[in-house]
Design a protein around this ligand. Structure first.
Ligand code: F6P
Length: 550
């Protein structure tokens, strides 16, 4: 049965079987299941590429996993996956193929959208990006006055910012340290101001990253950046060509903005914004790490794509991660999911995943437009360990909410860390392992008492445990490993969307606010009546105007 005509998820026998199983299971006590199965830690572990994934500290049994896999099979996850990789228009509300996997396909692969093999075009753009990034890195590309480029400023928002900004931070240790990279996204002028205030315009390259090239924040910032550049250089429009390049699907709008189409790096409407940083949108990253490293990253993505396509369900890591999320959302009423990387280089990783996951699966109607009666995407949140431990982990350990978490860590610190700082790595990782242990197994009242704690404090010092975590461990954070991690999460989100029967590839929910902002803006500048403003918003607008002295 196709996704539109599919039996409603919560009426499927496989879903009902899971509900009954959950009732029978009651609370899975992790202390008990580990005691009953001393090899659980080894048994509940999977590998993909360089990633080792321990899922033993989850509230599941062999039977839970079997039932979840049966649900995946009945929901047609594999069929939808194949349709995605094949280029079928699975983004039903926009009538588009979903082919980010073609962005990392080797040239020998054939992937068709609308009957055309897209892989040669992907590689042609990669080659063009490589030539350009080599020229910027080597100093061969010069600005209007003949000076070499020293700072690259990426202007974009959402997928046109979060991906490159996250990946640049993640792979900073591999980056050309003689170049400086900055990322501007917010329409708050302070963002652009702080990014350019100390720059020499003659040595600055702006990359305007926008799939549509109509996004108001990006076009506003790019226009201001262009005004700044021309005024700083005292130059005419012809200076733009040496200081602005565009990453877009919209050649017409790029030309309208004044960027030479020769300096446009193309991608296509079958690449969703939040799935785009391995397309031309990654140009700033390629300049930073070089095209060889960029290609290593693409190979990492591709490795996980192949695994997702071909690994059997019992070994399929994205499938497993997706199913665990379905289990907690559907049968434990979990509302959120924490992603806690134990790596400073992954500071922006969770923010990136927020868009990937929440823009994809924050939906409340199914693919046929019918309201869903089951939980869809969770709130994704988190920051790098160990910082969070001194902030919100209290709630993870002793709060009233069940929050499944992913802990991500690396055996080796990056290569260019000085020896004194390398030693700190064991401490970092000891914290990761300790947290997963404390969350799972807690500390009983008897254990607390045995330490001689006063009876009235015993409840306060007791940890219930049973807080589920996945631990993802890799040898080190290389470009390939980053690609593997991102592809893993992309496909996890895919699996969940397929089971929940929602369109994970549109984002209509961001539109209303954009339209209303356009309507409200004139009223902030002049005493204009905006039709249809509610009393709260109208009063706030009036207050704003008064505070601005207007
Ligand atoms: O408003 C949401 C969104 O459309 C995202 O999906 C996208 O990543 C972002 O805006 C930026 O869009 P663009 O690349 O077209 O400027």
């Amino acid at each position: 049965m196709n996704a539109e005509g599919r039996t409603r998820l919560d009426q499927m026998p496989e879903w009902i079987a899971l509900r009954e199983h959950r009732e029978q299971l009651g609370e899975v006590r992790l202390r008990e299941v580990f005691a009953a199965d001393p090899t659980r830690g080894e048994r509940y572990a999977l590998r993909v590429g360089d990633l080792y994934l321990d899922y033993s500290k989850h509230l599941v049994t062999d039977e839970t996993l079997r039932l979840l896999r049966a649900l995946a099979a009945a929901s047609g996850v594999a069929e939808l996956r194949d349709a995605m990789f094949r280029g079928d228009k699975i983004n039903v509300t926009e009538g588009r193929s979903v082919l980010h996997t073609a962005l990392r396909a080797p040239l020998s692969k054939v992937v068709e959208s609308d009957g055309e093999n897209v892989v040669p075009a992907v590689h042609a753009v990669l080659t063009k990006m490589a030539t350009f990034s080599d020229r910027v890195r080597s100093g061969d590309w010069t600005g209007h006055t003949g000076k070499r480029i020293r700072t690259v400023v990426n202007i974009g928002i959402g997928g046109s910012d979060l991906g490159p900004a996250m990946a640049y931070d993640a792979l900073r240790a591999y980056s050309a340290r003689h170049l400086d990279f900055r990322f501007v996204s917010n329409v708050d002028g302070a963002d652009l101001h702080e990014a350019i205030r100390d720059l020499d315009a003659a040595e600055t390259l702006f990359i305007v990253a926008s799939k549509t090239f109509t996004t108001i924040e990006t076009i506003t910032n790019a226009t201001s950046a262009r005004d700044w550049l021309l005024s700083e250089l005292g130059a005419g429009q012809d200076a733009v060509a040496k200081h602005f390049v565009a990453l877009s699907t919209n050649a017409e709008k790029v030309a309208e903005f004044g960027i030479d189409p020769a300096n446009m790096f193309e991608f296509w409407d079958w690449v969703g914004g939040r799935y785009s940083y391995d397309s031309a949108i990654g140009l700033s990253l390629m300049i930073a790490i070089g095209h060889d490293r960029f290609r290593e990253m693409l190979a990492g993505f591709h490795l996980v794509d192949e695994h997702f396509l071909s690994a059997p369900p019992e070994e399929n890591v994205p499938l497993l991660l997706g199913l665990l999320g379905v289990w907690y959302g559907g049968f434990h009423d979990a509302q959120s999911h924490a992603v806690l990387p134990y790596s400073h280089y992954l500071s922006k990783f969770t923010a990136y995943l927020q868009q990937l996951d929440m823009e994809s699966n924050g939906k409340s109607v199914d693919r046929a437009g019918r309201p869903v009666t089951w939980q869809t995407g969770p709130v994704v949140w988190g920051t790098p360990g160990t910082n969070g431990q001194h902030a919100y982990y209290q709630l993870l350990h002793q709060g009233t909410k069940l929050i499944p978490a992913d802990l991500i860590g690396f055996a080796k610190p990056v290569d260019d860390l000085p020896p004194g700082l390398v030693d700190q790595h064991d401490l970092l990782m000891a914290n990761l392992f300790a947290q997963s242990q404390a969350l799972a197994f807690g500390k009983t009242a008897d254990e607390v008492r045995a330490e001689g704690v006063a009876e009235e404090l015993v409840p306060h010092k007791t940890f219930h445990g049973n807080r589920p975590t996945t631990t993802i461990l890799a040898s080190e954070l290389t470009p390939s490993v980053l690609g593997q991690l991102i592809a893993l999460y992309e496909h996890k989100v895919f699996v969940q969307g397929a089971i929940w029967n929602i369109d994970s590839f549109d984002q209509w929910g961001v539109e209303l606010g954009k339209v209303l902002a356009k309507r409200v803006e004139p009223a902030l500048r002049a005493d204009e009546q905006v039709p249809g403003l509610d009393n709260s918003t109208a009063t706030l607008v009036a207050k704003y105007r008064a505070l601005r002295g207007r």
